[in-house]
Ligand binder design. Structure first.
Ligand code: AKG
Ligand code: FE2
Length: 220
């Protein structure tokens, strides 16, 4: 796994990326930075469409500061394809939804990614996501669910082992840490009040990452 964020902006300065040595991989950094920029351009365009679909001005998410500083993170993933000894089905990523706004996911076409359409239903029904060459899988994140008062539901997904090596690249399009995520006016009414209180993106991520770490260490 290799993770990196923006090389620019406040976050880029605060958390500088650790690149492989230039002598070893001279094209790595320029390739990654180019990918970051291009996928972010796609992400911003997509958010223009999301805003219009929600009866907001096309530049709404820019106006509320979601893209003031570039908070998106890119994760390059490799799944070995080996099943683990415990015989667990998910041998890549266990069921989760991404925390942020949206994730733009590129895969190498090897199967394994599954989504659950109705995350509240038990037992869960998992469907394979076909990898279509030249396209992104777009997962909705939890902050988008909060922003839209549940109109856009975050995608519960997982990666199961299919006995084949698999590569994917996920770009987590997350808002600026200072951006306040608050129920959109077009997504609530007197009869359908906001279900989530406003939250600053920084605090939300902090809470979610702490919970995740706690669950790994076995405490609450
Ligand atoms: O590898 C994939 O297809 C999905 C990865 C993923 O869900 C994640 O990193 O959050
Ligand atoms: Fe994910």
């Amino acid at each position: 796994m290799f993770t990196f964020g923006s090389s620019e902006g406040v976050l880029g300065q605060l958390y500088p990326n650790k690149w492989p040595l230039e002598e070893l991989l001279p094209l790595w950094r320029p390739t990654m930075e180019c990918y970051y920029k291009n996928v972010m351009d796609v992400g911003k365009k997509l958010f223009g469409l999301v805003a219009l679909a929600l009866n907001l001005k096309e530049n709404y998410f820019e106006q509320v500061g979601a893209f003031n500083d570039q908070a998106a993170v890119v994760r390059l993933l490799r799944y070995s394809g080996e099943s683990n000894s415990s015989g667990e089905e998910t041998c890549g990523a266990s069921a989760h939804s991404d925390f942020g706004m949206i994730t733009l996911l590129a895969t190498d076409g090897v199967a394994g990614l599954q989504v659950c359409r109705d995350k509240d239903k038990e037992p869960k029904v998992w469907e394979d996501v076909a990898g279509i060459k030249g396209t992104f899988v777009v997962n909705i994140g939890d902050l988008m669910e909060r922003w839209t008062n549940g109109l856009f539901r975050s995608t519960l997904h997982r990666v199961v082992s299919v006995g084949k090596e698999r590569y994917s690249v996920a770009v987590f399009v997350d808002p600026d840490p200072n951006c306040v995520v608050e129920c959109l006016e077009s997504c609530c009414s007197e009869t359908y009040p906001p279900r989530f209180p406003p939250v600053r993106a920084r605090d939300y991520f902090h809470e979610r990452f702490s919970q995740t770490l706690a669950s790994y260490s076995g405490s609450d």
